[in-house]
Design a protein around this ligand. Sequence first.
Ligand code: PEP
Length: 251
Amino acid sequence: MRQKLVAGNWKMHGGLKANLQLLQGVLAGVADLKGMSVAVCVPFPYLAQAQSVLTGTPVAWGAQNLSEQPQGAFTGEVSAAMLNDFACKYVLVGHSERRAIYGETDALVAEKFAAALAAGLRPVLCVGETLAQRDAGQTIDVVSAQIEAVLKRVGVAAFADAVVAYEPVWAIGTGRTATAAQAQEVHAAIRAQIARADAKVAEGLQILYGGSMKPGNAVELLGMPDIDGGLIGGAALVAADFLAICRAAVQ
Ligand code: PEP
């Protein structure tokens, strides 16, 4: 039985004061949430704060990106080892905003995934199609190619230490959510793709849904057999909403 994971992606939001309030608000509600995991992926400068506030609590923390390089003359980059210095558990790789705005290719995402794993971090591999790709009937092909690039680079066994997040690009930050059936179809296809390489790894793989998940749609989405949690953007910035989604994961 896979445990559900609800992870917040704060994106480029926050400040020391607001973060503290948000984290304290989340901590106040997570104590009774048994049988699921909670995490927040915060901007790099706030990793120290997350570590200091969340150490010893049920809430894990992580980053939203990392360099594929171990160290060196890469101005502005942050390595996996640096994330380890702040005891990160998770790191997002290949978020659609990184792919679309910063030109991250499938090959680069695969390198980042490998760098995270090599450092003992748990990569959360984000995949998803644009609206044009969905309308052209290419959803499964696009998502499967994004997964394949990583499979080819690291092999299927690596997915035992990773998480996948299916995030249709047209649903991120738009208020438009994939229906539970639409999401389930893609999640099942991702699991089947992994299962063709290793059935046991596929069975244990947490596949999160992301894209305008809110308290009002979380119960239905999280009730689908292959949806093992959520990657939450906007709603992760409001403690009550984030906690409501966490509660939906244990119903
Ligand atoms: C995200 O950024 O990963 C995301 C899912 O955002 P939102 O929940 O705001 O759509």
